[in-house]
Design a protein around this ligand. Sequence first.
Ligand SMILES: [Fe+2]
Length: 265
Amino acid sequence: MLIAQLSDPHVRPDGVLYQDVVDSNAMFAAAIAHLHALDPQPDLVLLSGDLVDKGEAAEYANLRKLLDRLAIPALVIPGNHDDRDNFRQAFRDHAYLPASGPMHYAAGRHGDILIVALDVTLPGLHHGEIDEDSMLWLDGALSAEPQRPTILMMHQPPFDCGVPYLDLYHCRNGARLAEVIARHRQVERVVCGHVHRFMQLRFAGTVLCTAPSTTTAIALRLSPDAKPASHLEPPACLLHHWRPEVGLVTHLSQIGSFPGPYPFA
Ligand SMILES: [Fe+2]
């Protein structure tokens, strides 16, 4: 089973550039075309938040138009740039999304892997947080299928990555979250968005990784007084490849045209 993860496309209204610099809409369309060109194609696409940039209805209209091209089932969560009401309205045909409150869900119909989504966004704020109700919900969702290999998806990562302007807006209560996850050995991966970079670390006895954005890369600056910036690095996505005899292998797959192929391996 192959699961693609696209993150942080920051879609804008048709014809409008992201940050007046880059065509996030065309880049999201290119990301979808990239998935369609894979052999085999992914069985499922995870969209890990910041699907639009300003939470506007016109952005969601364009997002849905772009997603109409996607021929693979998709599961969505909001990010801090999404508007919960407009998001819910735009995805009202996605029956797995709860009708009110945080958009937590467990999507169990996708082959071997259970997808558990935890909505850690706080409307109007850029950092994330997990309250005790959400912890209880998560513990219950993971307790329901203890034998099922599971991917836990959330937007803001629950750790400090060392990039100071990213760590201001991480998901709070990470240590408490780690306590909950550590009780459930079937969690193969925690996958996040938000930081617009690929990162990985050991977390709660499992592997946590963050996805790059399909649009821009937030600058990798590890000095404590570094100032925020972004670059137009090659956009990329993650491919989580499940094989029961091996486990879950996560690939970074860059989107675009590159020289090659050459006849050496
Ligand atoms: Fe983002």
